[in-house]
Design a protein around this ligand. Structure first.
Ligand SMILES: [Zn+2]
Length: 582
């Protein structure tokens, strides 16, 4: 075991004690292991060895009364219970049997029939991050062997690559299944030669009836020579689409009928359904379980991490693995991740974009990575949310608000603040005693990041004009006191559709606070630029932004005060921003 044993035991003891104190005196081995592996990644391949030690220490710690646990920690590690460190960094639990493999290899296997969306994030982030944690290999495999129903589209291969790069999950290796058809043929042939598979030409209904009755169809027991002749005929185009299927023999009495003699390859009309990459070259196409099962083995995948809807596929593929004498990889099947209110149906996304219901793949109403990117949702927020959910098998339902909260935490310390006035009306402030200069910091907690100044000076008649938002003044309440942020206090007079009057009251912030005046933002007329904000529902809010926004560049993410975080999309005469969230 690496490191010094006594030192390791002491570290485990500290973590177990802190964990116990946070949980009414009872420490749990799971979180302790998680924290240890977070702090000492070198132990990731030694989980079995350290688990015994951890169990031992946890037992010892849990035998102590809470008071005693606390006094030990306070005496030895006074900082460990510091208030500021309440939020525990979540770590992925260790992979099963990781120490059995020289190198951990994971894969993400998208079908390029759509762009990636939030629903894909769990598989991508878990596969990628586990590979990185164990200094292993992360493979991306395009599963594009269905040119008839889940038709691959050329542009999506690149869009998926772009999305993976944006998410920070670039693969170490990439494969495309439509480049590997001869490999699948070779394996199909081996299965047929050894009698582990057969070419079924029965009408689908006949096959279904027989299988449900646990009976073989008439093709199953034909001699190998006949199977090979049928296979040759399939490859040569002697069968029309749907007339012949290679089936892998399983157990006709298997309790799940869907497992019985599953289809491995089928014929597709190559003229009617050309493949976008290889055209009409192939008429026999592998189905999911054959292609995926062969590839997982050949690519040395050690850990398959995927949704639990794939559990039956594992059962199916295990028959084939047994025939080839292969060992099935470790499989982790996580539960469903639902995002309330998010559009996650691939076919609906594709249809909506093709028909023009959505403007493009990055329409703000979609939960595609392209849309999230455009709105200023950061890949870090997505990753953090997925890591926090982890690979657990129970179903999880999240909302946009959950993702927004992660994103806000990341943006808030960095985003500069600006004024945006939505649905502006022109406010004339009269009786100004002098010129006022407001100095607005880009970030209230970081004055060193700079500021901008706006002078509001009286004209010959003692008044000045400002843009304020229509929703900040109530026409029915004349005489209300408002404070123009960082400027002065006013009393609102008459409010019309596009203009309003007010009188200057005082400069003191104290006075505004005492009279509980609302703080509103403003922009001097003439120091503004037109600005459109595209909201998540694709509606557009028109308004003006302060002209300091002229320095902004596309992709900057900023906060419009009292409005929300936005990503700058276009600059120039008019500023176009996409709304992220409050
Ligand atoms: Zn048959």
């Amino acid at each position: 075991m690496p490191g010094n044993d006594a030192e390791l035991r002491e570290l485990v003891r500290k973590i177990a004690l802190v964990n116990a104190i946070k949980h009414d005196g009872k420490s749990q081995p799971g979180p302790v292991i998680g924290t240890i592996l977070g702090e000492k990644p070198e132990f990731r391949t030694k989980v079995k060895e350290i688990t015994a030690l951890i169990n031992d220490v946890v037992r010892e710690v849990n035998g102590l009364p809470l008071e005693k646990q606390r006094s030990i920690v306070e005496a030895n590690w006074p900082d460990a219970l510091a208030k500021g460190k309440v939020e525990e960094e979540k770590h992925l639990p260790p992979l099963p049997e990781a120490s059995k493999y020289k190198q951990i290899v994971t894969r993400y296997a998208p079908n390029p029939d759509c762009v990636l969306h939030l629903g894909s994030a769990r598989a991508i982030v878990l596969c990628h991050d586990y590979a990185r944690l164990y200094k292993g290999k992360f493979i991306v495999r395009f599963e594009d062997t269905d040119p008839r129903v889940k038709i691959p589209v050329l542009e999506f291969y690149d869009r998926i690559r772009e999305d993976l790069g944006w998410l920070g999950c670039k693969p170490d290796e990439e494969y495309i299944q439509s480049d590997r058809i001869p490999i699948y043929y070779e394996h199909a042939q081996k299965l047929l030669e050894k009698g582990f598979a057969y070419v079924c030409t029965s009408p689908p209904e006949t096959f279904r009836e027989k299988t449900l009755a646990s009976e073989p169809c008439e093709c199953r027991n034909l001699p190998v020579e006949e199977q090979m002749a049928r296979w040759e005929r399939m490859l040569e185009g002697g069968y029309r689409e749907g007339e012949a299927v290679v089936r892998v023999k399983t157990d006709l009495n298997h309790p799940n009928p869907a497992v019985r003699d599953w289809p491995a390859l089928r014929t597709i009309d190559p003229i009617k359904w050309p493949h976008p990459r290889v055209g009409s070259k192939y008429r026999v196409w592998p189905l999911y379980n054959l292609a995926c099962g062969v590839d997982d083995h050949m690519m040395g995948i050690t850990h398959i991490i995927r949704g639990k809807e794939h559990l039956t596929n594992q059962v199916r593929q295990e028959f084939m693995y047994k025939y080839f004498g292969w060992k099935y990889p470790q499989a982790i099947h996580y539960g469903r991740l639902k995002i309330t209110g998010a559009y996650l149906s691939k076919s609906k996304i594709v249809q909506g974009v093709r028909e023009g219901t959505f403007k493009d793949w990055d329409d703000p109403r979609l939960a595609t990575f392209a849309a999230l990117r455009r709105r200023g949702i950061t890949p870090e927020a997505i990753k953090k949310m997925i890591i926090d959910v982890g690979p657990k098998t129970s179903d999880v339902t999240l909302s946009w608000e959950n993702l927004n909260a992660y994103n806000r935490k990341i943006l808030d310390p960095d985003a500069s603040r600006y004024f945006f006035v939505q649905s502006p009306i022109e406010l004339t402030v009269t009786q100004l005693p002098k010129a006022f200069t407001a100095r607005l910091h880009k970030h209230p907690e970081h004055p060193e990041r700079g500021s901008r100044e706006y002078e509001v000076a009286p004209d010959g008649g003692g008044s000045a004009k400002l843009w304020i938002s229509k929703k900040d003044v109530d026409p029915s309440k004349t005489g209300t006191m408002l404070r123009l942020m960082e400027l002065f206090n006013i009393k609102v007079g008459k409010v019309n559709a596009y203009s309003a009057d007010a009188t200057f009251v005082s400069e003191s912030y104290e006075e505004a606070r005492k009279s509980k005046a609302h703080l509103i933002h403003w922009i001097p007329v003439g120091r503004d630029m037109p600005c459109s904000v595209v909201m998540q529902d694709a509606t557009i809010l028109e308004g003006v932004a302060e002209n300091a926004c002229k320095q902004l560049k596309p992709n900057d993410v900023i906060q419009f005060e009292r409005f929300g975080f936005v990503r700058i999309d276009q600059t120039g005469k008019t500023l176009v921003a996409y709304y992220a969230h409050k």
